[in-house]
Design a protein. Structure first.
Length: 232
């Protein structure tokens, strides 16, 4: 990532919780941030943009709709990115996979695995050779670390995301950019629940520290918010 006061990050999914905190942390560290929201409703990202002296701007994209991803690429065609960060994650009921409807299974896999890869394939070329492409993953995507089950479809979606990123990295073995899958930890959000171990302001500064520490390291890395390598 460029060592200047004009580093630019595109944060996909920045309207609330982890994504909004990530956009906020990057802006506080001197980045220019383009954050995306899905709908037309006002969000915390709009409030951040209003108070940012034009360092934060808001774009709209629904990552489950490929035509909207392409339209975003066209709108940003004149911009170079130092960081593309894809933040996407939904989870439905915590029930055995045999009880999950086809529609629910499809929605989670499309949102958490297929759509982030479509974003990377479409917007990745905007990232400079010294830049980074990062995706919000989870320790629940690790096969090795699954010792107690639960959250089966969510786990499957994050494992699929990790595998797809491995394939992307293999297809682009000569790519000099850094590729990261990041586990933000178990955070108290709507997804993480009230029993989670971390507050958002404990997780996200660590995520950004990890981005900074890994900058310039070619290839794919699966790490957590403390920059610890996770087993696949």
């Amino acid at each position: 990532m460029q060592e200047s006061n004009h580093k630019t990050a595109l944060v996909i999914g920045a309207s609330r919780t982890l994504g909004l905190a990530l956009a906020t942390e990057l802006a506080q560290r001197g980045w220019d941030v383009i954050g995306t929201v899905r709908g037309d409703r006002r969000t915390g990202l709009h409030d951040l943009a209003d108070s940012s002296d034009d360092r934060v701007t808001v774009e709209h994209v629904d990552t489950t709709k490929p035509e909207q991803i392409s339209a975003l690429r066209d709108r940003l065609s004149e911009r170079d990115l130092d960081l593309l960060f894809v933040n996407a994650g939904i989870a439905h009921a915590n029930i055995p996979v045999s009880e999950v409807t086809t529609e629910s299974f499809t929605e989670v896999l499309v949102t958490n695995a297929l759509s982030p890869m479509r974003v990377i394939e479409t917007l990745g070329p905007m990232v400079v050779e010294t830049g980074m492409i990062a995706v919000m993953s989870s320790r629940q995507g690790s096969l090795t670390m699954n010792t107690n089950g639960g959250n089966e479809v969510y786990r499957a979606s994050k494992s699929a995301l990790n595998q797809l990123m491995r394939s992307y990295a293999a297809r682009n073995a000569d790519d000099p950019r850094t590729l990261l899958l990041i586990n933000p930890g178990w955070v108290r959000t709507g997804l993480g629940g009230p029993g989670a171990l971390l507050e958002i302001d404990e997780s996200i500064p660590g995520v950004v520290n990890t981005l900074e520490a890994r900058a310039g390291q070619k290839g794919l890395h699966f790490v957590d918010y403390e920059n610890q390598v996770l087993p696949w």
